[in-house]
Design a binder for this molecule. Sequence first.
Ligand code: PBG
Length: 330
Amino acid sequence: MPFPTERPRRLRATPALRSLVREQRLHPSQLVLPMFVKEGLDSPREVTSLPGVVQHSRASLVDAAHEAVEAGVGGLMLFGVPAERDARGSGADDPEGILNLGLRDLADAVGDRTVVMADLCLDEFTDHGHCGVLVPDGPRAGTVDNDATLARYTSMALAQAAAGATVLGLSGMMDGQVGVVRAALDEAGRDDVVLLAYAAKYASAFYGPFREAVESTLVGDRRAYQQDPANRREALREVRLDVEEGADVVMVKPALPYLDVLSDVAQEVDVPVWAYQVSGELAMVEAAAANGWLDRERTILETLASVQRAGADAVLTYWAVEAARWLRRG
Ligand code: PBG
């Protein structure tokens, strides 16, 4: 038996060698923290299925934002939980609606030190819980009306831009949403507002705990607008359309179960590619770690390294603040 001549292990022998040959490093500024602000709360409230994540009051939101900025995270993505909902999601584009108030609070408090982002979707604001308005009658009654929803999204976009959001995260998966929102912003003189397109967003079971966080009223599912988990090639079509329509950044969501898609997208486009490590990805690790079945910190950092390795330039993660501290510690 000849001894091996190629010896990759040689480069793994010491921490110093391993550090020197490490192919990638994650920086805290590549982490974006999703946050929830709930109308009418006096103090933060825990989300049972998302250990460590809370629904914020307006005051606690600002405190947590300062903490995140101190930790060095690159941005904040805000979701609103309104007290009341209706068929058209009126709270979404109301300047006094909870999401727009929260955006204004964040922009005033930390807007010059981090990137304030808004979730642009109707699902938290509609009483039926869908991401758009529904067709009222006729053969398609009760299904999401794509083009009527686009009009709601443009109105939301203008309200969010006025509230001080720098980046708008189009997460509704309506056809043409990036193009119409871009045109409306440009027309209003807001060509400075950045559009993040959830280009490849799958109809995923991993969103379960998020629905608790936003108190979703959805009955049924979103399979008529979000992508089928079995489809890989289709993601490239979604991404191409969004980039053609003017997306500044594209995102793949969820992250860990879709690393192949993330890798494809990263090879295909020349705009930044982000990934959203969703609620179920956190819940899965937290539950296993709480049982002592996984090493929590190592597992979290490994998931983030994997998402980066697959091609993400930045990651939305509920662990952003904690992970940023670990990464800084080295
Ligand atoms: C919808 C939206 C969802 C998430 C972010 N935006 C849920 C859905 O599509 O049902 C999920 C995020 C998560 O699970 O962490 N606007």
